[in-house]
Design a protein around this ligand. Sequence first.
Ligand code: FES
Length: 260
Amino acid sequence: MKRIDTRVSAIRPVARDYYELRFAWPAELGVPAPGSFLTVRTGGRYDPILRRPFAFSAHCPEREEAAIIFQKRGRGTESMAELRPGDSLDLLGPLGTGFTLPPAGARPVLIGGGIGLGPMLYLAGWLAAERARGARFEAPVLALGFRSAEYLPDIGLPEGTALCTDDGSAGFHGTVAAWLESFDPVAPPALYACGPAPLMAAVDRYAAARRAPYQAATEQWMACGVGACAGCAVRLKDGSYKRACADGPVFDGSLLDWEA
Ligand code: FES
């Protein structure tokens, strides 16, 4: 983990209230693991006082650039939406655990709901690159769920991405969990997901029914982001707790209590 003073290279809206923020990420900072995150100091030095956590959505070593996708939904992210290319950016990261490769022969099925789009996009690119380098698993499939067509991201998506809308205004009519139930992975699936708790619980049931591995990136409110305050506790099915920021945010999804 490092505190990083960097610069915004690009910012643009990609859907209603959603923005992609790209920033300089010099080579010496290394390659952030898919699933890991950073925190952004938003606004002034003390207002808002807390940093905001965001998962990496892209990393481009050729351009020495990384990216996040954020949703404008409060003072901190409203000030982030005002950033312009060249503005300074105060980051802390990379933080937390990342995703791991699926078993040989498995079909990675990546499920994203809402802002879970960012980490799933980065993961899809990483898995495709690992496969091109000779990793022996089937081509990853990405499925993304949104409330309606106005939330569909105007951003480069892998070919074959399944887009789902709750109201049927675009793509598959229904939740991405419903899409998952209708999908035939052909090979044994390996599940990856990031999204709201009801979606994560549905993926847990799907994975359990098929004895499939399930890696889950938790979306949790965070204060310190570095393991010091326990403000990001997630409950496990055995009744114990883990810190999303320091023990996660990626966990074995079968261990988490999604109903908590
Ligand atoms: Fe403080 Fe995780 S946010 S311990």
